[in-house]
Write a protein that binds this ligand. Sequence first.
Ligand SMILES: [Zn+2]
Length: 257
Amino acid sequence: MFKNIPFNRVEWVTSGFLIFTALLTVSAVPYYFWTFGWDWFLFGVFLFFYLATGMSITVGYHRLFSHKAFQAKWPVKLFVLLFGAAAFENSAVWWSSEHRKHHKHVDTDDDPYDITKGFFWAHMGWLMFKLKPEPPFDNVHDLLNDKLVAWQHKWVHAISFIVSFIVPSLIGYYYAVFSGNLSPAVGALGGFLIPGVARVVLVQHATFCINSLCHMIGERPYSTEHSPVTAGLQQSSRWEKATTTTTTSLHGTTETV
Ligand SMILES: [Zn+2]
């Protein structure tokens, strides 16, 4: 599985983020529930953020921007750009550039998440190790000409932190202030940990599964030569279907376009 992965080329910031947020999710989040108890409001905010960020990646970054599968008015684009950034999968320009390369060169060395390098590489290894120079973005001129998309590309890291962590923390804070159910600090911490950190980790691994699991398990009714699969989720694993939602089969279908 690891034979093609150069461990001397680690992307420290990305790797640190992926590992640290995952560790917080399995340690601080259960500790929070254990200490302060379950809260339905925070769970509701978590669900909203999970769906908003997940759909912004799968429908927005993937279908709207990478594939231009439909057109959208600016409020929809703004929503997708704000919540797409909150998934911490970089800008729509960067994501689409990598994804268009993936389709053009699927299952070859020029495919950024080439499944022939193994599950780990296609899932998250390609983000954790830097093999090639930053892309020149020569396949996304159409997106760079869109002022809203170019604005998100320029400020994506700030937008990611604000929408993903600061906004949920503020929601938790004001919820505690107005409801009196929790102290304001505990409300803010709950907002940061549950709709913030835990949601980022779950959305990331659900979308990463599209590149890993959905290129490995299932049937290939459209092509026997390429890895993307489409019907596998109905047959092989209920868990995959639950985590990756319906976008996985859509992606398999898209691969042949
Ligand atoms: Zn695609």
